[in-house]
Each structure stands twice: as structure tokens, then as C-alpha cells.
Design a protein around this ligand. Structure first.
Ligand code: UFG
Length: 322
């Protein structure tokens, strides 16, 4: 049985569905602060639990035979983490320490962790490989790096097997249209562009057109959420023989302007834009060297065409279930 913390969140819910399709038994735990209960596949067992509450964690492990954990539960708004770091250090770091305590007390020693390219900070070179120095520039990124470091110490002392998956920009929605991305507030580029095209917003602000990139806008590596899900499943299988970190990205960089154009082509509608100042903390370009994921996990992203990724998100935007 696999415990998925944050199983009602965006990436968590897609991973729950993927694991069930692969034949795993799954418990999805979530405090539903940001997650959506409707996002959890009804083949999974749902448990309302909060990592800050040791009692609910103990019950979870006492009452279920858990073999491994996939840990998504975290707050993930970069801007909010700068304004309210306490919220992030408590929830993300202390929450993970609590989870690890419950795991070790129940002799569960395998974890796949939702980490981020934000642990690298301002890139010194691209594409970014796993050996790139880690120097996060905001509390959110620092919480994720601290957790990676905690895992390494716990492995030496307690034999914890861990794989931290460092995602680039998660994007898209389930191909069958049943689950998708639904954040309140929404801050991510692709859903904001699609909401604008769909008439829910007046315009999309382009944060900076004076970057040192071919069209002056920031370049990111958009990776489909179902490709993230498949990598988590492969990582679970790898935990017996490997601990460490692995980048998850397509290796392809797409600019903000290219995203807007692709969304216009997919939807057949135009997107009103406004040129706005740069957003603090945005590096000009971030994209992954994904060779380790391919070689070590045998992972291959199915979605390498940005329009195909946006097509799944546009389908969801028009038929959102939550
Ligand atoms: N952008 C705009 N207008 C908007 C929103 C975003 O121009 O209204 C731009 C941003 O400036 C950035 C790009 O679109 O250049 C992508 O922005 P997102 O907010 O969608 O994603 P980020 O790259 O900022 O953030 C993602 C994850 C974070 C993670 C970070 C690591 O969402 O969790 O990558 O860099 F920390």
C-alpha cells in the first residue's frame, strides 16, 4: 500500500490516478486546505490528515499497512513564502519531520519526495543538471532543499531510502479530462493565459520583455503532470537500490510569448496581453538536463510538444470539475 500525502493536490491527484492504473493500492492523505476531495480517484482510500498533527499521522500508520510514501503535501507559493516564511518552514519542514517520525516508528523506510528546480536558485548554467549548485533564493526553495538534506542524514543514520524528484514547471491536465489544475489563487502562467482566453480575466500580464532571451521573455521547461506521475511510479520501483535526486523536465525551453501564441493556436482565440515589469526572483531561463531520469529510471516524457500539453489544460479549463 502506497501513502500519497497531498493526494488531493494538483500533482498528487494525478499521481494517485496513475498508481491505481498501475495496480497499486493507494491511500491519499490531505488536509484539504488547498487540495480538492473531488480530485481523488474513488478507487483510492481517502484520509483527512494533517502532517502538523502527530495523532492523525500515528492513526494513519497504525491503521494501514504502508510500504512506501510519496510525499507531496506542502505549501508552494513562492511569493507567500517570502512574506510569511514561518508558515512555510513549519508546514513544509516540520510537517516532513513529523511524517518521517511516524514512518520510522512504523518501520517504513521508503519515500519519494516532491522537490523542485527552485532548489537550484539563479542558474549558473543551462540546461541544469543534478550537480548544479543548490542555492535557493526564497524560503519555499529553501524548505525543499532542507528536506533533501534531512533525507541524506536519515539515510546514513536510519537507512531511509529516498528519491527527491526536482520538477521544473508542472503543466497540463489529465488526458481524460477528469482531473486538472485548480489553484486559488492561481499564479501559474498556462492556466492564467487559458482563463484569459476563456473570458475569465481581462488580460495576461507578461512579466518582463527585456530578458536576455531571443524574444525578451522568460524561458521555462513545462513538463506534463502525467509525465511527472509516471516518474513517481518508476522512482518507487527504484527505491530498493537507489537514493538521491533526479530532475524532471522535458529539456525543452519555451518562452512566455511562445506559451501565449501556442495557447492562441490551440484555442483558436486571441489572448489580450499587457507588458508589465519583471517579477522579482524570476531567472531568465530554466530548463532541465533530464538524462539522469531517462537513464536511471527509464523515464521518457510522453508530452514533448507544448501545444499538446496546453491542449489538455484547455480541455480542463473549458470543463473544470472543481
Ligand atoms: N508569468 C507571466 N505572467 C503571469 C504569470 C507568470 O509573465 O501572470 C511568467 C513568469 O514571470 C515566469 C513564467 O511565466 O517567467 C512562468 O511562471 P509561473 O509562475 O507559471 O512558474 P515559475 O517558473 O515562476 O514557478 C515554477 C513553480 C514554482 C517553482 C518554480 C521554480 O510554480 O513552484 O517554478 O523556478 F518554485
Amino acid at each position: 500500500m502506497i501513502l500519497v500525502t497531498g493526494g488531493a493536490g494538483y500533482i498528487g491527484s494525478h499521481t494517485v490516478k496513475y498508481l491505481l492504473d498501475e495496480g497499486f493500492e493507494v491511500i491519499a492523505a490531505d488536509n484539504l486546505i488547498y487540495g480538492h476531495q473531488k480530485a481523488i480517484d474513488n478507487r483510492a482510500k481517502f484520509v483527512l490528515a494533517d502532517l502538523m498533527d502527530m495523532k492523525s499521522l500515528k492513526n494513519l500508520f497504525d491503521n494501514n499497512k504502508i510500504d512506501a510514501v510519496i510525499h507531496f503535501a506542502a505549501f508552494a507559493y513562492v511569493g507567500e513564502s517570502v512574506e510569511n516564511p514561518e508558515k512555510y518552514y513549519y508546514n513544509n519542514v516540520v510537517g516532513t519531520l513529523n511524517l518521517l517520525q511516524a514512518m520510522l516508528q512504523h518501520n517504513v523506510k521508503k519515500i519519494v519526495f516532491s522537490s523542485t528546480c527552485a532548489t537550484y536558485g539563479e542558474p549558473q548554467y543551462t540546461p541544469i543538471d543534478e550537480n548544479h549548485p543548490q542555492s535557493p533564493i526564497n524560503p519555499y526553495g529553501r524548505t525543499k532543499l532542507m528536506i533533501e538534506q534531512i533525507f541524506a542524514d536519515y539515510e546514513k543514520a536510519y537507512g531511509l531510502k529516498h528519491i527527491a524528484l526536482r520538477y521544473f514547471n508542472a503543466a497540463g491536465c489529465s488526458n481524460d479530462g477528469r482531473i486538472g489544475e485548480s489553484h486559488t489563487p492561481e499564479t501559474h502562467l498556462i492556466p492564467l493565459v487559458l482563463q484569459t482566453i476563456n473570458g475569465k480575466r481581462d488580460k495576461i500580464k507578461i512579466f518582463g520583455t527585456d530578458y536576455d532571451t531571443p524574444d525578451g521573455t522568460c524561458i521555462r521547461d513545462y513538463i506534463h503532470v502525467e509525465d511527472l506521475a509516471s516518474a513517481h511510479c518508476l522512482a518507487l520501483h527504484k527505491l530498493d537500490e537507489y537514493s538521491g535526486c533526479i530532475n524532471l523536465g522535458t529539456g525543452i525551453g519555451t518562452s512566455v510569448k511562445e506559451i501565449i501564441t501556442a495557447a492562441e493556436e490551440v484555442s483558436g482565440k486571441s489572448c489580450p496581453v499587457e507588458i508589465a515589469p519583471r517579477r522579482a526572483g524570476d531567472p531568465a531561463r530554466l530548463y532541465a538536463d533530464n538524462r539522469k531520469a531517462k537513464e536511471l529510471l527509464g523515464w521518457h516524457p510522453k508530452y514533448t510538444n507544448i501545444k499538446e500539453i496546453i491542449r489538455t489544460a484547455w480541455n480542463w479549463e473549458q470543463n473544470k470539475k472543481y
